[in-house]
Design a protein. Sequence first.
Length: 337
Amino acid sequence: MEPGGELQFSIRRSSTEHNEYSSSSDYNLDDFHGLTRAQIDGDGAAKFELVRDAGSLICEGTFHHGDGGGVFTFSPNAQYTSSMRALGYEGLEEERLFELAVHDVSLAYIHDLDALDYHGLPLDTLVEMRIHGVSVPYIRELRARGYELSTDQLVEMRIHGVTPEFARTLKDLGYGTVAADKLVELRIHGATPEFLKSFQSLSYPLIPLDQLVEFRIHGVSPEYAAQFRDMGYGRVDPDKLVEMRIHGVGADLVKDLQSLGYKNVPIDQLVEMRIHGVTTDFIRDLHKYGYDHVPVSELVEMRIHGVTGSTLEKLQAAGYKGLSTEQIVQMRIHGVI
């Protein structure tokens, strides 16, 4: 038994053609005729029915303190079959009726969809919509917000948790009526309204939705942006935040550089340092061989041409002392070392 009066109901069925069918979903206790909470929480036998338009699952078994098991039989509803035939659905065999019953593809659901201009939908589409919770109120709420969607779009939105409230919140934040595929993309990457609002609290203007998706893909969080703001970089440009994350520019790097005397290194240079492998260990090696406070541009140039602590050690062991960084680079370029 789940909290809030819900229970998980799992079924498995084998047909004479050796087809296997299994399903497990959450149901309300009220969906089951003849079943009480006391029976579920107790310890004993029970008999109850799951009644649907397409037919009834007649269940018999036992419960033991919230867990139960047993067998069921399916009884198709002849009136449903007749009504479905009148709607153009011919040749409904028991296996199909069983599936329609389990997923509650009711006549009312079909009629309501027809009233919403979803006419003559294939049974597989109806089942898929019910499996993923595409309800009539869900469709109506989205339409009220300006969304005229195909059944495939509705299913995709439900799969990824796009709600009418999500669309409304984005509109309230200033994004207007966001396209359905963009809503799905935002949900896939976890760009929630809370995520958006966190950046607004850091004084960022309305960040384009494509950029917010990039933020999520590359791990640009509000906390990440706040770290650099607090270290004196102010409101870092969104494109720069993405570039920094791609190349692994973190707050620890900035703090380590500051401890070595490199204060307020520009963002572009921080990225360059990461691209070319200018590490704080490399800078410490330079200190060890007498090269203090080498400008970042020269550090980058040295690493581009493969200058390491080992390079400096070999040079000084060979008697080359007091060389400028440019001279060392030139020696590397021309193969002297």
